[in-house]
Design a protein around this ligand. Structure first.
Ligand code: F7E
Length: 344
């Protein structure tokens, strides 16, 4: 029998990769997206079989009606206000979507009684919940979130566990470390870097402005992680799993590796806000620091230990750090696509 999946936040990076993955596996896939006056379907345009519905995490009645009408076998909650820095500006909206939104879905499942118990629920938890807790982090590490995004995600994490224990729902958390791809939003640091470097190469931009270069992240590829997310819901018992590569790199290293793809080596000069990255050969300034990109509170070092997912689910990411940067640079290259010579 064809399995039916419901993905919230289907227009985002993760929603798009997951929808494609599940369609390939033969699922009937329904996607929820909030109403937006500006078209936001770019990432899912090619997924013709995907069935779209208007759904909003701040509307409990809408969520209940949709789940009841679609009767999915699996629900993947990928909807979120996902930008950590922006969450400091809109903390209440972040909590409403990222924390209470999850409660609304779980309440809908609870209200559906025995029908709700047949539906598996996946919550997109985040490594941001670890905050300042020392690396490496795994399922047993203490949570110490330090952003409105992190605290809202932690509420959702515990609510998922609590509904599993209290009401016998199949409700699982995937604690995903940063995962990137050519579909990553341009306001996240990796995509901001690859896109800007390709624009510099094409002569459309002169330099990139960044914030904290020394912050370290465990970056994987979203396509690997969405396969892991599916595997989490195939386990006989609902449980919580970290998905990570086990390798951390600084923002600075990401910038250096990405620039190497257009044949540029960087030399760093100066300190703190006055630091710049120059082209080693020409001396041209290509990276500068802008205070506006620093957060009121920073998570310095995230490095995941995904042994549990390896051992229990057999999950292992395919992409290396270098492979990830290469894939993102290949997709953002303007010069190669137009087959023009490189800009000087
Ligand atoms: O920042 C530093 C910044 O915005 C990464 C989300 O998917 O992963 C993501 O959250 C690091 C931070 O991602 C800039 O300070 C420096 O230390 O790419 P990001 P994030 O905050 O780690 C987690 C797991 C999630 O769950 C989130 O939804 O890079 N950084 N300069 C910068 N960051 C940005 N955005 N822009 C800069 O110019």
């Amino acid at each position: 029998m064809t399995k039916r999946a419901l993905i919230t936040g289907v227009t985002g990076q993760d929603g798009a990769y997951l929808a494609e993955n599940l369609l390939e596996k033969g699922y009937e896939v329904h996607g929820l997206r909030p109403y937006s006056a500006v078209p936001d379907e770019g990432r899912i345009e090619k997924l013709e079989e995907l069935k779209l519905h208007y759904g909003d995490m701040i509307d409990g009645g809408n969520i209940l009606r949709l789940i009841d009408a679609i009767q999915p076998d699996e629900i993947y909650n990928m909807a979120a206000m996902s930008h950590v820095h922006v969450s400091f500006d809109v903390p209440e909206a972040t909590a409403n979507i990222n924390a209470l939104g999850v409660l609304r879905v779980l309440e809908a499942l609870r209200m559906m009684g025995s029908k709700g118990k047949d539906i598996k629920f996946y919550q997109a938890s985040s490594s941001e919940m670890y905050g300042r807790s020392p690396a490496p982090q795994n399922e047993k590490t203490k949570f110490e979130p330090c952003s409105p995004y992190g605290t809202a995600k932690l509420f959702a994490y515990w609510t998922t566990r609590n509904y599993r224990e209290a009401y016998g729902l199949y409700a699982a958390n995937g604690i995903l470390f940063n995962h990137e791809s050519p579909l990553r939003g341009e306001e996240f640091v990796t995509r901001k870097i690859t896109k800007a470097i390709c624009e510099i190469e094409a002569g459309l931009k002169q330099k990139i402005s960044l914030g904290n270069l020394d912050s370290k992240r465990d970056w994987g590829h979203a396509s690997d992680y969405m396969e892991g997310v599916w595997q989490i819901l195939q386990a006989p018992e609902a449980d919580d799993y970290v998905l990570a590569t086990g390798e951390a790199h600084s923002v600075r290293e990401f910038v250096e590796v990405a620039f190497s793809h257009i044949g540029i080596n960087l030399a760093w000069e100066g300190e703190n806000i006055n630091e710049v990255g120059r082209n080693k050969i020409t001396g041209e300034t290509l990276v500068e620091i802008d205070q506006a990109f620093f957060r009121p509170n920073e998570v310095h070092h995230l490095l995941g230990d995904a042994s549990k997912a390896h051992n229990k689910l057999g999950w292992k990411p395919k992409y290396s750090f270098e492979g990830l940067v290469e894939d993102m640079m290949r997709a953002d290259r303007i010069i190669d696509k137009q087959s023009k010579p490189r800009a000087a």
